[in-house]
Write a protein of this length. Structure first.
Length: 301
């Protein structure tokens, strides 16, 4: 009685091994979202993962079934396990469901061959008609204009640098540009494309230091006397104007209004008035720019 059980056990083990050896994985390499293109032709790719020693490599026949059509897939090279097929979709189609079919021959234990067929799970991809291709550059000083290339832009789109909306200009459906806002230099910030369909992270952008030029008409003034200070930048001030922070270590000696370079301008002139006699400095700062220190002295009348 033991011999039949031993024979059956051995046969069952061999059968299970053979069944397991015929299992082949088809790993989809196609993105879930594909940018739409004018040709409306899209590439579907699949990676074949198999270590079955009984598979006859030359017998592989790989295809993708999409829109009810079976399309042959070709390998990337003679021994490559990466297969691809170009699929042309109707113009009105914005998504597709597909699956892979693998036909191949295997060697049998009797020295012959057998035919096998594997089918993958269902997959789906969507076509995107709004997407970012790239930022033209990934770093620039405050005030620089940076183009953004993509597709499906609209006039209401906004570029966000860090958490600050940038002055964004719509040039075409394929091109936006934004002005680097006055943020702290030497730091990288995430850049986000904000549209009516949601937000999309574009990448990181590093802000380099820019220059603020300040010229004081006279470094020595009398109490009650005024002198002109000229502020200059090398770019057009953004929407709403560019606020320049001003402080001094002799507050009792200096009277000075708020300094704002108007939108679209590159310079502004403001008066500084002497109060109590004293000698010290004026300090001017803008995010992303060098601090400027101007010595000033106020004398008695």
């Amino acid at each position: 009685m033991k011999a039949p059980r031993t024979f059956f056990t051995a046969f069952l083990s061999l059968w299970l091994i053979a069944l397991t050896g015929c299992t082949v994985k088809m790993v989809n390499q196609t993105p879930d979202i594909i940018p739409q293109n004018p040709s409306n032709i899209y590439t579907i790719t699949m990676l074949l993962d198999s270590s079955n020693p009984n598979m006859i490599r030359d017998s592989l026949r790989v295809s993708v079934v999409i829109n009810g059509e079976t399309v042959p897939m070709t390998p990337a090279g003679p021994e490559s396990n990466l297969f691809a097929a170009d699929i042309e979709l109707p113009l009105e189609q914005s998504q597709a469901v597909y699956y892979f079919v693998l036909d191949f021959d295997v060697k049998t234990s009797q020295g012959g061959t057998g035919t096998r067929q594997n089918k993958s799970n269902l997959f789906r991809f969507n076509l995107a008609n709004r997407y970012i291709v790239s930022l033209e550059s990934d770093r620039a000083p405050v005030g620089s204009t940076v183009p953004v290339m993509g597709r499906g832009f609209s006039r209401s789109d906004t570029i966000i640098v860090g958490s600050q909306p940038a002055d964004t200009r719509f040039l075409s459906e394929n091109l936006l540009e934004f002005v680097v806002p006055p943020l702290q230099a030497g730091t990288s910030y995430p850049v986000t494309w904000q549209s009516g369909l949601g937000d999309q992270i574009i990448g990181n952008f590093r802000i380099d230091r820019s220059n603020l030029i300040v010229r004081l008409e006279r470094p020595v003034i009398r109490s009650g006397e005024r002198a002109i200070i000229v502020f200059q930048i090398d770019f057009d001030a953004p929407a709403g104007g560019l606020l320049i922070q001003d402080t001094t270590d002799i507050p009792a000696s200096i009277i000075m209004p708020e300094v704002v370079i108007p939108e679209g301008f590159r310079s502004v002139s403001v008066p500084v008035e002497g109060a109590e006699p004293g000698s010290g400095n004026l300090y001017f700062t803008v995010g992303g720019m060098n601090e400027v220190i101007i010595p000033i002295t106020v004398t008695a009348m």
